[in-house]
Design a protein around this ligand. Structure first.
Ligand code: AMP
Length: 181
Protein backbone atom coordinates (compact mmCIF):
# COMPACT_ATOMS: atom_id res chain seq x y z
CA UNK A 1 0.00 0.00 0.00
CA UNK A 2 1.09 3.59 -0.61
CA UNK A 3 0.30 6.47 -2.96
CA UNK A 4 1.76 6.63 -6.48
CA UNK A 5 5.44 7.47 -6.07
CA UNK A 6 5.85 5.86 -2.65
CA UNK A 7 8.06 3.14 -4.12
CA UNK A 8 5.62 0.22 -4.27
CA UNK A 9 6.85 -1.17 -7.56
CA UNK A 10 10.57 -0.67 -6.83
CA UNK A 11 10.21 -2.44 -3.49
CA UNK A 12 7.80 -5.08 -4.79
CA UNK A 13 10.10 -6.01 -7.68
CA UNK A 14 13.15 -6.28 -5.45
CA UNK A 15 11.30 -8.49 -2.97
CA UNK A 16 9.93 -10.73 -5.72
CA UNK A 17 13.33 -11.04 -7.44
CA UNK A 18 15.26 -11.74 -4.27
CA UNK A 19 12.84 -14.31 -2.82
CA UNK A 20 11.44 -15.77 -6.05
CA UNK A 21 7.86 -14.57 -5.51
CA UNK A 22 5.31 -13.82 -8.23
CA UNK A 23 4.85 -10.05 -8.55
CA UNK A 24 1.36 -8.87 -9.48
CA UNK A 25 0.86 -5.15 -10.09
CA UNK A 26 -2.66 -4.15 -11.11
CA UNK A 27 -1.33 -0.82 -12.46
CA UNK A 28 1.12 -2.63 -14.76
CA UNK A 29 -1.54 -5.10 -15.87
CA UNK A 30 -4.02 -2.36 -16.76
CA UNK A 31 -1.41 -0.28 -18.57
CA UNK A 32 -1.10 -3.32 -20.86
CA UNK A 33 -4.84 -3.98 -21.21
CA UNK A 34 -6.87 -0.76 -21.18
CA UNK A 35 -7.72 1.07 -24.41
CA UNK A 36 -9.67 4.10 -25.64
CA UNK A 37 -11.31 6.70 -23.43
CA UNK A 38 -10.83 4.62 -20.31
CA UNK A 39 -7.10 4.59 -20.90
CA UNK A 40 -6.97 8.40 -20.71
CA UNK A 41 -9.14 8.33 -17.58
CA UNK A 42 -6.78 5.81 -16.04
CA UNK A 43 -3.78 7.95 -16.94
CA UNK A 44 -5.49 10.95 -15.34
CA UNK A 45 -5.51 8.97 -12.11
CA UNK A 46 -9.13 7.81 -11.95
CA UNK A 47 -9.66 4.40 -10.34
CA UNK A 48 -11.06 1.63 -12.52
CA UNK A 49 -14.27 -0.06 -11.35
CA UNK A 50 -14.03 -2.63 -8.57
CA UNK A 51 -15.81 -5.21 -10.72
CA UNK A 52 -13.30 -4.96 -13.52
CA UNK A 53 -10.23 -4.92 -11.26
CA UNK A 54 -11.44 -7.87 -9.20
CA UNK A 55 -12.24 -9.89 -12.33
CA UNK A 56 -8.70 -9.42 -13.64
CA UNK A 57 -7.00 -10.11 -10.29
CA UNK A 58 -9.11 -13.25 -9.95
CA UNK A 59 -7.92 -14.47 -13.38
CA UNK A 60 -4.26 -13.71 -12.64
CA UNK A 61 -4.46 -15.56 -9.32
CA UNK A 62 -5.77 -18.58 -11.21
CA UNK A 63 -2.54 -18.63 -13.21
CA UNK A 64 -0.10 -18.54 -10.29
CA UNK A 65 0.19 -21.00 -7.41
CA UNK A 66 -1.51 -19.14 -4.55
CA UNK A 67 -0.13 -21.62 -2.03
CA UNK A 68 3.24 -19.98 -2.69
CA UNK A 69 3.95 -16.44 -1.48
CA UNK A 70 3.27 -13.60 -3.90
CA UNK A 71 3.50 -9.82 -3.94
CA UNK A 72 0.33 -7.83 -4.67
CA UNK A 73 1.07 -4.25 -5.68
CA UNK A 74 -1.72 -1.70 -6.12
CA UNK A 75 -4.50 -3.98 -4.86
CA UNK A 76 -6.67 -3.68 -2.80
CA UNK A 77 -7.36 0.05 -3.15
CA UNK A 78 -11.02 0.23 -2.06
CA UNK A 79 -13.24 -1.35 0.59
CA UNK A 80 -15.04 -3.70 -1.86
CA UNK A 81 -11.61 -4.93 -3.00
CA UNK A 82 -10.66 -5.66 0.62
CA UNK A 83 -13.97 -7.50 1.09
CA UNK A 84 -13.24 -9.63 -1.96
CA UNK A 85 -9.76 -10.47 -0.63
CA UNK A 86 -11.29 -11.35 2.73
CA UNK A 87 -13.68 -13.76 1.01
CA UNK A 88 -10.75 -15.41 -0.77
CA UNK A 89 -8.92 -15.85 2.53
CA UNK A 90 -12.06 -17.24 4.18
CA UNK A 91 -12.50 -19.64 1.27
CA UNK A 92 -8.96 -20.92 1.93
CA UNK A 93 -7.49 -19.69 -1.35
CA UNK A 94 -4.48 -18.15 0.45
CA UNK A 95 -3.31 -16.99 3.87
CA UNK A 96 -4.24 -13.52 5.19
CA UNK A 97 -1.92 -10.96 3.59
CA UNK A 98 0.81 -9.11 5.43
CA UNK A 99 0.19 -5.47 4.57
CA UNK A 100 3.08 -3.08 4.02
CA UNK A 101 2.10 0.60 3.96
CA UNK A 102 4.69 2.95 2.47
CA UNK A 103 4.19 6.40 4.02
CA UNK A 104 5.48 9.45 2.10
CA UNK A 105 4.60 13.15 2.15
CA UNK A 106 2.90 14.78 -0.84
CA UNK A 107 5.90 17.09 -1.37
CA UNK A 108 8.31 14.14 -1.62
CA UNK A 109 5.94 12.36 -4.01
CA UNK A 110 5.71 15.38 -6.27
CA UNK A 111 9.48 15.57 -6.40
CA UNK A 112 9.90 11.87 -7.22
CA UNK A 113 7.15 11.63 -9.85
CA UNK A 114 8.35 14.67 -11.73
CA UNK A 115 11.72 12.92 -12.04
CA UNK A 116 10.08 9.64 -13.12
CA UNK A 117 8.23 11.44 -15.94
CA UNK A 118 5.67 8.72 -16.79
CA UNK A 119 2.82 10.00 -19.02
CA UNK A 120 0.37 9.93 -16.08
CA UNK A 121 2.74 11.97 -13.91
CA UNK A 122 1.41 15.45 -14.78
CA UNK A 123 0.87 17.95 -11.93
CA UNK A 124 -2.92 17.43 -12.05
CA UNK A 125 -2.72 13.65 -12.16
CA UNK A 126 -0.24 13.57 -9.27
CA UNK A 127 -2.53 15.75 -7.13
CA UNK A 128 -5.63 13.74 -8.08
CA UNK A 129 -4.02 10.40 -7.29
CA UNK A 130 -2.65 11.62 -3.96
CA UNK A 131 -6.06 13.01 -2.94
CA UNK A 132 -7.82 9.84 -3.98
CA UNK A 133 -5.30 7.78 -2.03
CA UNK A 134 -6.01 9.87 1.07
CA UNK A 135 -9.82 9.74 0.60
CA UNK A 136 -10.43 6.21 -0.63
CA UNK A 137 -7.41 4.01 -0.04
CA UNK A 138 -5.82 5.19 3.21
CA UNK A 139 -9.04 4.60 5.22
CA UNK A 140 -9.03 0.92 4.28
CA UNK A 141 -5.81 0.43 6.25
CA UNK A 142 -7.82 0.74 9.47
CA UNK A 143 -10.49 -1.52 8.02
CA UNK A 144 -7.92 -4.22 7.23
CA UNK A 145 -6.46 -3.86 10.71
CA UNK A 146 -9.96 -4.39 12.20
CA UNK A 147 -10.16 -7.58 10.17
CA UNK A 148 -7.05 -8.78 11.95
CA UNK A 149 -4.52 -8.35 9.16
CA UNK A 150 -1.02 -7.31 10.14
CA UNK A 151 -0.37 -3.71 8.96
CA UNK A 152 3.22 -2.49 8.82
CA UNK A 153 3.51 1.28 8.44
CA UNK A 154 6.91 2.16 7.05
CA UNK A 155 8.53 5.58 6.59
CA UNK A 156 9.17 5.45 2.85
CA UNK A 157 10.54 8.98 2.51
CA UNK A 158 14.05 7.54 2.85
CA UNK A 159 16.63 5.80 0.66
CA UNK A 160 15.21 2.73 -1.08
CA UNK A 161 17.60 0.34 0.64
CA UNK A 162 16.65 1.54 4.14
CA UNK A 163 12.96 1.13 3.27
CA UNK A 164 13.61 -2.33 1.81
CA UNK A 165 15.38 -3.45 4.99
CA UNK A 166 12.35 -2.40 7.05
CA UNK A 167 10.05 -4.29 4.69
CA UNK A 168 12.12 -7.47 5.08
CA UNK A 169 12.02 -7.04 8.82
CA UNK A 170 8.24 -6.56 8.76
CA UNK A 171 7.86 -9.75 6.72
CA UNK A 172 10.06 -11.66 9.14
CA UNK A 173 12.77 -12.08 6.49
CA UNK A 174 15.43 -10.19 8.38
CA UNK A 175 16.37 -11.08 11.91
CA UNK A 176 19.92 -9.72 12.13
CA UNK A 177 20.13 -6.21 13.51
CA UNK A 178 23.02 -3.86 12.78
CA UNK A 179 24.39 -0.80 14.60
CA UNK A 180 21.46 1.41 13.60
CA UNK A 181 19.04 -1.31 14.73
P1 AMP B 1 -0.51 2.32 -10.37
O1 AMP B 1 0.54 1.93 -11.35
O2 AMP B 1 -0.65 1.36 -9.23
O3 AMP B 1 -0.37 3.75 -9.92
O4 AMP B 1 -1.92 2.22 -11.15
C1 AMP B 1 -2.15 2.97 -12.33
C2 AMP B 1 -3.65 3.11 -12.58
O5 AMP B 1 -4.28 1.82 -12.76
C3 AMP B 1 -4.43 3.75 -11.43
O6 AMP B 1 -4.38 5.16 -11.46
C4 AMP B 1 -5.84 3.22 -11.67
O7 AMP B 1 -6.47 3.93 -12.71
C5 AMP B 1 -5.59 1.80 -12.18
N1 AMP B 1 -5.59 0.82 -11.06
C6 AMP B 1 -4.56 0.05 -10.65
N2 AMP B 1 -4.90 -0.72 -9.60
C7 AMP B 1 -6.20 -0.43 -9.32
C8 AMP B 1 -7.12 -0.89 -8.33
N3 AMP B 1 -6.76 -1.79 -7.41
N4 AMP B 1 -8.38 -0.36 -8.35
C9 AMP B 1 -8.75 0.55 -9.26
N5 AMP B 1 -7.92 1.03 -10.21
C10 AMP B 1 -6.65 0.56 -10.26
Amino acid sequence: MGPAGSGKSTQGHQLADEYGYAYISTGEIFRVLITGRRRSEMLEGKLLSDGEVIRVVDKVLEIIDTKEQFVLDGFPRTKPQVDWLLEQVQAGRFEPPVVVDLEVSEAEIRDRLQKRGRLDDSEEAIAQRFQQYEDVTRPILDYMQEKGWQINRIDAGRQAQAVYRDILRALGHLFITNKSG
